[in-house]
Design a protein around this ligand. Structure first.
Ligand SMILES: [Fe+2]
Length: 623
């Protein structure tokens, strides 16, 4: 046997920095930096993630074959210069702010990477730079179970590219069509995110979650759509589009929209963050969601036409828009659609490593066995029983050790059936923005009070979005009108007709949370206003423990659907270590915490500990 080909993939310096390690084509580990530094969407050089992936693989820096970075800094620099030049002098403000950072850091990425890694050892291996959309495309195609597939990548912007259509065949990727900056669906959606008063690069989910409150048939929604398509974006039949730059400021300034022009166009001012969300805002969210759906379906149709493939893979930040993804599936253009769960820039680390392996090392590709090569996206750190025990002892919390796993599952299921909220910390952490049953907070989806309780006492937010359901793969058709697997929570599915309940129309003036509170189905905590649910299907092959917990819950209640929300509080990344989980357990009103085979009951803690926990919570809310 020869020396293994080991490639470290890195994405950094924009948002969602991450590292991934690929050994002889096998994805050994991948994680986002935010989980280690506890800074959400951390863009810093991912030292924590790199240290982890090397340790997980048991290799040192010197053992690597190559390091692959997820974009080409020179191309990006050229794009910045040309954009600033094209819009000068309007771009001067952001030019002055952005350029010094580029000259100091990004342009000299090679030197920078070597310097940053110096504490881990000397980098003697080549540092390769993949084009940004190649990294996205590779992250979607190579781990998919397809030998041949159409590839669609859609995001804000890479170097120049904002959208690409390609074809993957065996180990090769060929690009067939590209759209370039500033014409970007990601930036268009982000502009609406911004105008609706949410944070760009993280509030996009909120716009998608707000859209179902919009009135599809109303004159206002129709007018908004018309204005978007007539004034903001010129959509061609093949899904390509041109943005009308008179309305956008991202090429010339640090703000997304020309507020004065938008105000004239839509008749409403930009919404102030945290202020009331009116019916008009809801209709605007629905309008941009529908336009996004239309563009995505048209792009997918073009991908089908150009490649002739019956399978599609997707990546890029826009591929996290599960509503648009479901429209692509619903259009029936493809037999199967596979989406990279870390579709945003974190996944670029994995894509860059895979691209380096297959394209630079010219390795042949073995088509991954089903479901895919990602192992359920459980690619992050796991912690030994000993480590968990020592964390518990250090924290001085009361716990039970339940060595018999079956007993642990039965116990957990019966607590959930009683209405408890349970923190569930098991095995390896997920890669990508979703918790998929290893760093999750779980509850009974049939409990009508759970939505409010989770929001107020555990997540410390007032959300108008329902929670996501997890269901065993074979039970999914009983609850949802959905045939395909949805292991990564990247599709929305309608709740099955026989599970629905009619809801009387909300009283005028009712808030969004009041409107959501109606019991729409047998699983109200996960049913959105339009009867959709952001579904995770769980198979025994990828997560036996979580699957068995769903089975135990089904046995206890006759219901097979659990609320699955990420294990974190507002503003924090998902927990990574047992210590993070214990802190979150202490700071919230979570009833139970299961970490490995240890079970913690909030009520069993000493009076002093409970008082201390209450104090923690107050500090958290005041933060
Ligand atoms: Fe990207």
């Amino acid at each position: 046997m020869g020396k293994p080909v080991i490639i470290l993939g890195i994405s950094a310096f924009y948002h969602d920095s991450a590292a991934a390690l690929v050994m002889d084509g096998v994805i050994v580990a991948a994680a986002q930096e935010e989980r280690f530094t506890r800074v959400r969407h951390d863009a810093a050089f991912p030292m924590g993630a790199i240290t982890y992936v090397l340790a997980e693989a048991g290799v040192r820096l010197e053992d690597l074959t190559a390091i692959a970075f997820y974009d080409k800094p020179f191309l990006k620099f050229e794009r910045l210069l040309e954009t600033y030049h094209a819009v000068a002098p309007a771009g001067l403000k952001s030019f002055l702010r952005a350029i010094p950072v580029w000259l100091k850091d990004k342009l000299f990425a090679k030197r920078l990477i070597r310097g940053k890694l110096a504490t881990l050892g000397k980098v003697r291996v080549p540092i390769l730079f993949s084009e940004h959309h190649l990294a996205h495309a590779a992250s979607a195609f190579y781990p998919s179970p397809f030998g041949e597939a159409a590839i669609l990548t859609v995001d804000g912007v890479g170097e120049w590219t904002t959208t690409s259509i390609g074809k993957g065949t065996g180990a090769s990727i060929q690009f067939l069509k590209e759209l370039h900056f500033p014409h970007s669906l990601g930036l268009l959606y982000s502009a609406f995110t911004f105008y609706l008063g949410f944070k760009v690069n993280s509030g996009e989910y909120k716009v998608m979650g707000l859209a179902p409150y919009g009135q599809p048939q109303s004159k206002q929604t129709q007018l908004f759509k018309q204005r978007i398509e007539e004034e903001l974006v010129d959509i061609r039949p093949d899904g390509s589009f041109l943005l009308n730059l008179d309305y956008f400021r991202f090429a010339s300034d640090l703000q997304m929209t020309d507020d004065a022009r938008w105000e004239t166009l839509f008749g409403i001012p930009r919404r102030q963050p945290e202020s009331e969300l009116t019916q008009t805002h809801q209709n605007l969210a629905l309008a941009i969601q529908e336009v996004t759906n239309e563009i995505m379906v048209k792009l997918a149709a073009t991908a089908r036409q150009l490649t002739g493939c019956r399978k599609l893979v997707l990546a890029g930040g826009v591929a996290l828009n599960c509503v648009a993804n479901s429209k692509i599936v619903g259009a029936g253009l493809f037999d199967e659609v596979w989406i990279q769960p870390a579709a945003g820039d974190a996944g670029g680390a994995l894509g860059a490593a895979l691209a380096a392996y297959y394209l630079n090392e010219a390795a042949p590709r073995r088509i991954p066995a089903r479901p895919d090569a990602l192992q359920g996206a459980y690619l992050g750190p796991a912690f030994s029983e000993q480590r968990i025990r020592s964390a518990l002892l250090k924290a001085d919390l009361a716990f039970d050790y339940v060595p018999d796993t079956e007993q642990l599952l039965t116990l957990t299921a019966s607590r959930l059936a009683e209405g408890a909220v349970v923190g569930w910390f098991q095995g390896r952490m997920e890669f990508g923005p979703r918790a998929l049953g290893n760093r999750s907070i779980l509850a009974d989806s049939a409990n009508p009070a759970i939505q409010q309780r989770l929001n107020r006492k555990i997540k410390f937010r007032e959300s108008f979005r329902p929670f996501a359901p997890s269901v065993r793969e074979e039970d999914a058709p009983d609850y949802f009108t959905w045939q395909a697997a949805s292991p990564y929570m990247l599709f929305v599915a309608p709740v099955a007709e026989h599970r629905r309940k009619p809801v009387p129309p909300a009283e005028t003036g009712a808030s969004l949370t009041e409107r959501l509170a109606g019991i729409r189905s047998d699983v109200p905590a996960v049913t959105h206003l339009d009867y959709s649910a952001r579904l995770q299907t769980v198979s025994r092959a990828t997560n036996p423990l979580f699957y068995d917990l769903l089975t135990a819950f089904e046995k206890a209640t006759g219901r097979g659907v659990l609320v699955n929300t990420s294990f974190n509080v507002r503003g924090e990344p998902i927990v990574c270590t047992p210590e993070d989980a214990l802190r979150c357990f202490s700071q919230t009103d979570m009833d139970y915490l299961v970490v490995g085979n240890f079970l913690l009951d909030k009520q069993a803690q000493s009076a002093a500990t409970l008082a201390w926990m209450k104090q923690q919570r107050r500090e958290l809310i005041l933060d």
